[in-house]
Design a binder for this molecule. Structure first.
Ligand code: GDP
Length: 298
């Protein structure tokens, strides 16, 4: 897994190291500190973390020699500090069962794949998992999720295309409860272009869930595509308003140099980051670990 993770963050790390290259060595003067701060922001790390790193360099080493490697060590430490506050794997601890996880995100973000990966992860931990095809708007979404369910080996509850998503969720909770399922993962529509409708639909799903179990949904996980860089931040904002996000999964880190956005998201929103996606297969989801990731990024 280390290799896989390393591969997943290689481009992000190369870009950061490239942006910082050559800034060390000479005496760290104010101008150099400005350049370093700029390089960190250009690497998607976010202004707050960039500011912390700048202050630390200014305190400890100002007008002393500091090689590139020394700078990178400080960067890694500050990145870890920022990420450690939000690194929190999804725990299955709801009683009564099932724990209901709503998965939200724009179409194309990797939502369906992430649901399959989460299902696989929980299966491996010996939990009983069920999926609910709550994105009834797109026929392809229902079919794609059903294919994944079969591949992962978990039951799925579906409804007709264009049908009532809340109805599918109702059926799914009933079945999950009757069959002793531990985790119910619910797919939802990703139509952010029609915010009002999406908001109404999610509100209805919540009402239905609440009638069956006042604690549900236990988690509202927003799936974000890391390749969109800073755009991911505005999605957190909008989905926060529309759906009340409780945690994040960042996908496609393997295909981008913009993984630094994890740090920017951590500092700006403080929402738990549960896991990261580094590939298209069902085993390509990694519970988020701040130490592991910061050592790779920086
Ligand atoms: P949805 O529309 O949000 O449900 O997105 P999908 O789950 O269908 O994913 C969209 C595309 O992104 C598919 O081709 C997936 O294989 C791909 N994808 C999803 N997650 C990852 C990831 O972590 N890494 C890579 N490289 N591709 C991913």
């Amino acid at each position: 897994w280390h290799e896989k993770l390393l591969g997943g963050f290689r481009r992000t790390s190369d870009r950061l190291i490239g942006n910082l290259a050559g800034l060390g060595g000479a005496r760290l003067e104010y101008e150099t500190l400005d350049d370093i701060e700029e390089a960190l922001i250009a690497s998607d790390l976010g202004p707050e973390t960039a500011g912390h790193i700048r202050s630390r360099l200014a305190e400890g080493t100002f007008e002393r020699d500091m090689e590139d490697l020394g700078i990178r060590l400080v960067v890694a430490e500050e990145v870890e500090k920022a990420l450690a506050k939000v690194a929190r794997p999804l725990e299955i601890d709801a009683f009564p069962r099932p724990q209901v996880i709503l998965v939200i995100g724009v179409n194309g973000s990797g939502k369906t794949t992430t649901i399959a990966k989460l299902a696989h992860l929980f299966m491996e931990q010996d939990y009983g998992v069920m999926l609910a095809a709550g994105d009834t708007f797109r026929a392809a979404a229902i079919g794609q999720l059903a294919t994944w369910a079969e591949r992962v080996g978990v039951p799925i509850v579906t409804g007709p295309e264009g049908g009532d998503a809340a109805g599918v969720v109702w059926d799914a909770v009933k079945q999950a409860t009757a069959t002793g399922i531990d985790v119910l993962i619910v797919d939802t529509a990703g139509r952010l272009q029609n915010k009002r409708e999406l908001m109404d639909e999610l509100a209805k799903i919540r009402r239905v869930l609440g009638r069956l179990n006042p604690e549900a949904p236990h988690d509202v996980v927003l799936v974000l595509d890391a390749t969109t860089g800073q755009n991911a931040l505005s999605q957190i904002e909008v989905f926060g308003e529309v759906a009340g996000v409780t945690g994040l999964v960042m996908t496609k880190l393997d295909g981008t140099a913009r993984g630094g956005v994890l740090v920017a998201a951590a500092e700006r929103f403080g929402l738990p980051i549960h896991a990261i996606g580094v590939g298209e297969g069902m085993t390509d989801l990694r519970p988020f670990d701040a130490n592991e990731v910061s050592r790779i990024i920086a």
